[in-house]
Design a protein around this ligand. Structure first.
Ligand code: F6P
Length: 550
């Protein structure tokens, strides 16, 4: 069925009617009483290429068979499968940029034919990976040395957005696999503090900069890279030493050469890789250096296994499809505005920040693929922090606030740091289970009173419950498991976008601010000259800034 507005789809209308009749009053605790097999029915286990498993428990969500059947019908009517197949066939589904969306080709470790414009990508992708392997092996072994012959001890990735968030998150998440004595740092912010504080403790002789930018024109990255070059040359003096200390991860060989980086030290990828999907590409070089190529390869293979699952599993058993459909159910029918992702895992502390770009840059759109403004909600506001910290900050609102906040909780059964006879891990896990249970079952008036509360205190101690969570239980956060988790969220984002009929792969919304910043940047050069343009607020702020910074 071709459609423009998702609200026109018959299944959408049926879901609205279902929500109005019974969906809005659905009680998940009652559903468990009615159906003792609910956990088994709504839990799905993903088996990775290395036979490790991840359990996705969807049973605490506000769905029953009728709702789920209609959501699956919605996926059919919205042609999720057709669009998915078009993506995996290398078709140009990013229509506003006329590009294929082919990050899956970057983790095609089976080396299947995956073509764009009739040209197979597998060889080219594998060649870059081989180059990354060689280079990362050399840096890790000490064969690659700095200009004075010393081994590299510090790798600084300079990038922003997808050229920063992916490698930052993945190196943090897989720190356990890092080589001792080799440190990674990430500089993204144009605030000079970021690069200044990063290089403060570093030695130019043993520092390698990776300038990560798909376009190599991003103002923040180019400015930070130039500052890094200045800092480096203060010690190295001669530009001929740059070749040993700067590598580029980019699609733009011309700009890389202009910057002064030897294109032999350039790791390329194609424009069919979106920035927020680029950690699998050369942008992941800092990861490969940090954890070693074999681990990086397993990271890719974990994602590849999810790609296969997403492509070949019937919709009703398809884990990312279910995750995406739940998101639509909450956003568009229950009126939820947000989605919380709380990893019960310190290694995953940057995972929510990473997912923010993935989800919000992809689906923060209000125009359909048919070029009409939507008359329904799209992109959810994704946020999160690692639990248990989050429990002691914003979970109050999740438990007792006025908003419905569907949440994903993530835990690995085995800790990489089972200290104190695993006491920490048991406490962490007990919170993972307890939070999801508490959000679901809540605490009613009778219970509160039976515990001794009286009078005006009673309502304050009531928890309404019925707040949905998806519990994601991995066995261990390995490279393979992390690759799978990221790919899961990529495909959830894909399914949401397909149903909302938006282009999840462009990002025009970041352009306007960039253009205005350029204009204002020029105006700030002369501190004494007051500006007369702009709206009164912006003008007032700029002139006060000039006065105070003079
Ligand atoms: O902010 C827009 C954006 O294009 C992101 O999508 C991207 O990840 C980021 O800028 C960085 O872009 P580049 O890798 O080209 O420097």
């Amino acid at each position: 069925m071709t459609f423009n507005l998702s609200t026109d789809l018959p299944a959408w209308k049926k879901l609205q009617a279902l929500y109005n009749s019974s969906g809005k009053d659905f009680k998940v605790t009652e559903a468990f009483q009615k159906d003792p097999s609910r956990f088994e029915k709504y839990s799905k286990t993903f088996t990775n290429f290395d036979d490790s498993e991840i359990l996705f428990d969807f049973s605490k969500n506000l769905i029953d068979d009728e709702v789920l059947a209609e959501l699956l019908e919605l996926a059919k009517e919205a042609n999720v499968e057709g669009l998915r197949d078009a993506m995996f066939a290398g078709e140009k589904i990013n229509t506003t940029e006329d590009r294929a969306v082919y990050h899956a080709a970057l983790r095609n470790r089976a080396l299947k034919t995956m073509a764009v414009d009739g040209k197979d990508t597998s060889k080219e992708v594998d060649d870059v990976l081989q180059h990354m392997k060689e280079f990362s092996d050399q840096v890790r072994s000490g064969e690659w040395t700095g200009y004075t012959g010393k081994q590299i001890t510090d790798v600084v990735n300079i990038g922003i957005g997808g050229s920063d968030l992916g490698p930052t998150m993945v190196t943090e998440a897989l720190k356990h696999y890092a080589q001792p004595g080799l440190n990674v740092h990430f500089v993204s912010n144009i605030d000079g503090t970021h690069i200044a504080e990063t290089v403060k403790g570093l030695n130019a002789e043993t520092t390698l900069f990776l300038v990560a930018s798909k376009t190599f024109t991003t103002a923040e990255t180019v400015t930070n890279a130039n500052s890094a070059k200045t800092w480096f040359l203060e010690s190295a003096k001669d530009t001929k030493h740059i070749a040993k200390h700067f590598a580029a991860l980019s699609t733009n060989a011309e700009e890389v050469a202009k910057f002064g980086i030897d294109t032999k030290n350039m790791f390329g990828f194609e424009n069919w890789v979106g920035g927020r999907y680029s950690v699998w590409s050369a942008i992941g070089l800092s990861v490969a250096i940090y954890i070693g190529f074999d681990n990086f390869n397993n990271f890719l293979k974990g994602a590849e296994a999810v790609d296969t699952h997403f492509q070949t599993t019937p919709l009703s058993e398809n884990i990312p499809v279910l995750g995406g459909l739940l998101s639509v159910w909450y956003n568009n029918f229950h009126g939820a505005q947000t989605h919380l992702v709380a990893p019960f895992d310190q290694y995953l502390h940057r995972f929510p920040a990473y997912l923010q770009q993935l989800s919000m840059e992809s689906n923060g759109k209000s125009v359909t693929r048919g070029n009409s403004f939507t008359d329904y909600q799209t992109g959810t506001i994704l946020f999160g922090e690692p639990a248990t910290n989050a429990q002691h900050s914003f979970f109050q609102l999740v438990h007792q606030g006025t908003k419905l906040i569907p949440a994903d909780f993530i835990l690995a059964a085995q800790s990489h740091n089972p200290i104190e006879h695993n006491l920490h891990q048991r406490m962490l896990a007990s919170n993972f289970f307890a939070q999801a249970e508490a959000l679901m079952v809540g605490k009613d008036k009778a219970q509160v009173e039976s515990e001794g509360a009286t009078g005006g205190l009673v309502p304050h101690k009531i928890f309404s419950g019925n707040r949905p969570t998806t519990s994601i239980l991995a066995q261990k956060i390995t490279p393979a498991a992390l690759g799978a988790l990221i790919a899961y969220y990529e495909h959830v984002t894909f399914v949401e976008g397909a149903i909302w009929n938006i282009n999840s792969f462009d990002q025009w919304g970041v352009e306007l601010g960039k253009v205005l910043a350029k204009v204002i940047g020029k105006e700030l050069e002369d501190k004494t000259q007051k500006v007369e343009t702009h709206d009164p607020s912006t003008k007032g702020l700029i002139n006060k800034f000039k006065e105070w910074s003079a």
